[in-house]
Design a protein. Structure first.
Length: 148
């Protein structure tokens, strides 16, 4: 098995373009919120967070892509926007955008031990990897954006 890293994004997937400007855009960021019992308001200390620094630290190796299928449900859902890094190495249990033997690109979880690309949704088949297979890795999914 040979994994090839492809640093540039092709037109096979739905690309969501973004514009990078000299000035960073800062949004309000609050330290945290309890998911259990409510906490005092003093936990809400306003700070500033640069989304481009946090999520697009290396713009030349970062792209956005929208999920269009259910094979990774519930981890990834239709309409989720994935933040993908093409400069990261594919490691065990990470989710990546791949093409196997020049097939259409897909998003799957990599299992190094099982030599498989795993569909998180059990209704979809996993993709077994053979030694002679050629795998193009467009990047590793680092974060996602989901509308609630």
């Amino acid at each position: 098995m040979k994994i090839i890293k492809v640093p540039k994004f092709g037109n096979e997937l739905e690309n969501l373009p973004y514009e990078i400007k000299d000035n960073k855009i800062l949004v309000n960021y609050f330290g945290g919120v309890q998911a259990g019992f409510p906490s005092p308001a003093e936990d809400f200390v306003e700070q500033k967070l640069s989304l481009d620094e946090k999520y697009i630290s290396n713009p030349n190796n970062t792209y956005l892509i929208k999920v269009r299928g259910n094979s990774m449900y519930p981890t990834l859902q239709i309409g989720d926007i994935l933040i993908v890094k093409s400069d990261l190495d594919l490691k065990d249990n990470k989710i990546a955008i791949v093409s196997i033997n020049n097939s259409d690109y897909t998003v799957k979880r990599y299992s190094k031990r099982k030599k498989t690309f795993v569909a998180d949704n059990s209704e979809y088949p996993n993709i077994d990897i053979e030694e002679e297979d050629s795998i193009l890795c467009l990047g590793v999914v680092k974060n996602l954006i989901r509308d609630l």
